[in-house]
Design a protein around this ligand. Sequence first.
Ligand SMILES: *[C@@H]1O[C@H](CO)[C@@H](O)[C@H](O)[C@H]1NC(C)=O
Ligand SMILES: *[C@@H]1O[C@H](CO)[C@@H](O)[C@H](O)[C@H]1NC(C)=O
Ligand SMILES: *[C@@H]1O[C@H](CO)[C@@H](O)[C@H](O)[C@H]1NC(C)=O
Length: 423
Amino acid sequence: MPERGFAAEDPSLKMKNEDNRRWCWVSRRHGVFFTLVLGVVLFLQYNSIKDMAPSWNPKQWLQNHSTKLFVPLKEPNTGLRDTKASEAEPTIAMFTAPSISAVLLKTGRFLSTQEPQTSHQSVIPQVVHPHSTRPTPVPYVSPGPYLVEYPYEYHFTINEPLTCEQEKPFVVLMVPVAPHNRAHRDVIRSTWGSERLVLDKVVRLFFLLGMQTGDDAQQVHKQLLQESNEHQDLIQSDFVDCYKNLTIKTMVMLEWLDSFCSNASYAMKIDSDMFLHVPNLVKMLLNAPTSNYLTGLVAYNGAVLRDPSSKWYLPPELFSPPVYPPYALGLGYILSLDLTKKLIEASRHVKAVYIEDVYLGLCMMHLGMSPTNPPEGAHFHVVPLAYDRCYFSQIIATTVIPSTNRLWLWKDFKAEGPYCKNP
Ligand SMILES: *[C@@H]1O[C@H](CO)[C@@H](O)[C@H](O)[C@H]1NC(C)=O
Ligand SMILES: *[C@@H]1O[C@H](CO)[C@@H](O)[C@H](O)[C@H]1NC(C)=O
Ligand SMILES: *[C@@H]1O[C@H](CO)[C@@H](O)[C@H](O)[C@H]1NC(C)=O
């Protein structure tokens, strides 16, 4: 049943990649072309200045020369516009935010949710093409509803560039969270995020944010700067923070780890609504492989959802096989830090689909690797687990029933006394 070696080599993905390359090529050629045309204009002008009579009529001159000068330029121009129109329009038509929010409400999970549609309209991205030598403005091209704007050169607007070098963590906990969601960060800071030294190993927590958009954007940013000052645990990058952009968040996280924390042994990406047993995590990692290691709750033969109303719908044009390669579910996965560079490199060859955990699975497959199962299957739970002091002491990570008071849970969990009653 497990069919291997298909995804990244999927012809439709490849074609998309080629599309992209053509785009870079067109825009670069466009630049060269423009220079050429400029040269020709100057040359002609120089020549005609010589025989310009006082009665020279610029309008007529233009009419006589325009066809020669401007017709060739039109071609790439219309080409660009056509591509843009044909890609951008279905995007807006097909992107229906309500379906996503509806499922989010149903599943009751805390995810960075902003109406993607709103951000689509309110944000005019300033795309500076990464390949152009000069910052020639290139028209923004939407990647469509199921791909994200990655790779792209994002910048860190709030950063902790020296923390890892100074504290030398063994494992870093990376928690994606929406910028305005201070409440969630505070809960984590005062529960499992407070564990800094476990089994003699340094554990460091960071929150990953994109940009808040909308009316309160400036105010939120001001508060974030203050919060960062207070806690030194925020990392923010300049992409729009919304559910659809989680893949960007994950990739920016890998870039950050690679640039600022590459000496740590492991990183764990963990959602903000999870319970994490840090000592059990460290215990597992002390005996884990040190390279090419990605673990968590691994999904095998995960079905590709083809119902357009599904939260995780992916059209066959983007990925045609019926099942995904193995991938670690996004609620909490761990990777050895040597993988960051490799995954970033793979992302240059695998189109960035919006489902972040699936995307890492596709990148792993591109590398010819697979995620590893944790030593115990019961270490990770995706279905919310009702709090039980004994059971929680034996796991690594689980989603928590949303109504749970997590501060109370933590207090109870850390209380003195044995975790499990005698059998
Ligand atoms: C434009 O072309 C017409 C004939 O093709 C010629 O009579 C006229 O002088 C030209 N005008 C200029 C400004 O070169
Ligand atoms: C990582 O470790 C190497 C060697 O121990 C050291 O030279 C380098 O500065 C460290 N980098 C960071 C970011 O801590
Ligand atoms: C995702 O982020 C990019 C970069 O900031 C932005 O252009 C795009 O509009 C965002 N996507 C959505 C759905 O808002």
